[in-house]
Design a binder for this molecule. Structure first.
Ligand SMILES: NC(=O)c1ccc[n+]([C@@H]2O[C@H](COP(=O)([O-])OP(=O)(O)OC[C@H]3O[C@@H](n4cnc5c(N)ncnc54)[C@H](O)[C@@H]3O)[C@@H](O)[C@H]2O)c1
Length: 513
């Protein structure tokens, strides 16, 4: 019996968990017990619980019913029925290896002492050093960091690169701060964080509120304290160890992923009517790539409202958005262009115009059931998540039920961390690859993620799981392709399963640590 089969996550042997919304739809007794314990441990972490539930549903429920036509001689089995030893591994993966919470004191411009809370959650080092961004946002909580770290674990596994998972940040709001205040804050933040990170242990990057400027200040302080010019952070400037395409990678990657899906259907992005939410890093480059591919971008948004342009944003419009957003407290309501309409306090999902595709690129749970219903009513057939967990579980269930192609964030926005991984590689070998080289590698990785998600999403019964133990995802793709497996659509379940098995196998191989 594999070692992990004997690992009993506290409470996992008790299948009599009391039903509540969190457990709804889960029938596997052992999994119910694991989930009940996760909920009992952290009942006040809704974002984290939602992320765990999403993966559990993909592993136990979707994988049991995602084969619409019985092409093969037996129906797909839920992962935990086929691989029961993986259940305690899943329970273990729901608990981060380490969660560090620290004080960040700094002086504002008026000389007042301010204190924020800093976090670094090191979720999993199963397949490589902890890797994941830092978020600076006023309402940041441990629950949000944990959900992001949990998702990161699966996303990083999908990239095929050797990266574990972590996430961190602070409840610091950079929006109303001066440049000097942000610099002092970053230096204080790193003065604590530096002892927990390093090129071979934990490699943070940016996220909401942490862009190139903040990474520069953080890296400078890291180097000053440690006297090491190593790749302990990614998202660095090109002049001091950064990678080509890193700022573009997440948004570009989401569209490259969409292109792979459309290509399989013999379609292109030309003329596709798209709604993109957000107007930060991910949204900007998502829009740029969509425009390059001939799509029509009808709307962009920020936390205060959205801009609707009936005949679509142009590259000049995008440049204006980028200029507005590069200012400290730039707001989309300042955007001006002929025909553009600004709608305060609303989300663009409510637009009643024909829509082909939605790209939520702003923040978690920004697309709910009502939004999903409206999008579908207006003709939307594809949703690709540039942001992390932007769709609620009810919205996702609606997409599945109505045949909307759903590229979940773990797969569709993995381009950012993939290029971060490439930045780590470049730092280790002391080279800087060209833009073309990095973009080719990014395209290859996004295509591989899509293939893997698609193959496993519908045909996991057909895949030899021993193969997963030994092979990279590229090989799985080739194996699957060679077997002429017909692809189908539940990409999100496939992405979750493929990623879970990669991390789970690594955990088992290392003695369930
Ligand atoms: N930056 C990356 O490489 C990367 C990688 C993977 C995933 N993500 C995810 O993508 C999302 C966006 O990250 P980013 O790096 O673009 O951040 P960013 O700080 O550059 O931009 C975030 C944007 O979203 C807007 N926003 C915030 N709340 C909103 C709301 N409720 N409705 C509409 N707009 C809102 C903000 O005004 C801002 O324009 C996050 O979920 C992040 O975790 C980012």
């Amino acid at each position: 019996m594999p070692v992990a089969a004997q690992v009993v996550v506290n409470g996992a042997s008790n299948g009599a968990a009391v039903d509540n919304e969190f457990l709804q739809g889960i029938t596997n007794k052992g999994l119910r017990a694991v989930l009940a314990q996760v909920q009992e441990r952290d009942p006040h972490q809704p974002e984290f619980l939602a992320a765990v539930k999403e993966v559990a549903t993909a592993l136990a429920v979707l994988s049991a019913r995602c084969c619409p036509q019985p092409v093969f001689d037996r129906r797909p089995e839920p992962v935990f029925e086929k691989r029961p030893e993986m259940l305690p591994v899943f329970g273990m993966m729901c608990e981060p290896e380490r969660a560090i919470v620290f004080r960040v004191p700094w002086l504002d411009d008026a000389g007042n002492l301010r204190v924020n809370r800093g976090y670094r959650v090191q979720f999993s080092s199963a397949i490589g050093p902890y890797k994941g961004g830092l978020r600076f946002r006023k309402d940041l909580t441990l629950s949000v960091i944990k959900f992001l770290g949990f998702e990161q674990m699966f996303k990083n596994a999908l990239t095929t690169l050797p990266m574990g998972a972590g996430k961190g940040g602070s409840d610091f709001d950079p929006k109303d701060k001066s440049d000097a205040e942000i610099q002092r804050f970053c230096q204080s933040f790193m003065t604590e964080l530096y002892r927990h990170i390093g090129a071979h242990t934990d490699v943070p990057a940016g996220d909401i509120g942490v862009g190139g400027r903040e990474i520069g200040y953080l890296f400078g302080q890291y180097k000053r304290i440690t006297a090491l010019h190593t790749g302990a952070l990614t998202g660095k400037g090109l002049d001091y160890g950064g990678s080509q395409i890193r700022p573009e990678a997440t948004g570009f990657g989401t569209v490259i992923f969409a292109l792979a899906v459309l290509k399989d259907e013999g379609k292109s992005l030309k003329g596709k009517r798209c709604i993109v939410t957000g107007s930060g890093n991910v949204a900007q480059y998502c829009v740029m790539k969509l425009l390059e591919e001939g799509a029509t971008v009808l709307a962009m948004s920020d936390s205060l409202g959205y801009v609707y342009k009936p005949d679509g944003f142009t590259m000049a419009d995008l440049e204006q958005v980028m200029a507005i957003k590069s200012r400290h407290s730039g707001k989309l309501r300042d955007f001006k262009a002929p025909g553009a309409q600004y709608v305060e306090g609303r989300k663009p999902w409510e637009l009643n115009v024909p829509v082909d595709m939605a790209y939520p690129c702003a923040t978690q749970h920004e697309l709910n059931l009502e939004d999903a219903t409206n999008l579908f009513k207006n003709g939307c057939k594809y949703v690709f998540e540039g942001a992390n967990m932007p769709s609620t579980d009810r919205a996702i269930a609606f997409f599945h039920k109505n045949g909307v192609v759903f590229g979940n964030g773990k797969a569709a926005n993995a381009g950012g961390v993939a290029v971060s991984g490439l930045e780590m590689s470049q730092n280790r070998i002391g080279l800087q690859w060209s833009r073309e080289e990095v973009e080719a590698k990014l395209t290859d990785i996004m295509n591989t993620i899509y293939r893997t998600a698609k193959v496993i999403g519908f045909r996991e019964d057909r895949l030899n799981f021993d193969c997963l133990q030994r092979c990279t995802m590229n090989t799985i793709y080739r194996t699957a392709k060679a077997a002429s497996i017909e692809y189908n659509t539940t990409l999100d379940a496939g992405a979750n399963i493929a990623a879970f098995l990669r991390v789970g196998e690594a955990v088992l191989a290392q003695g369930a640590v």
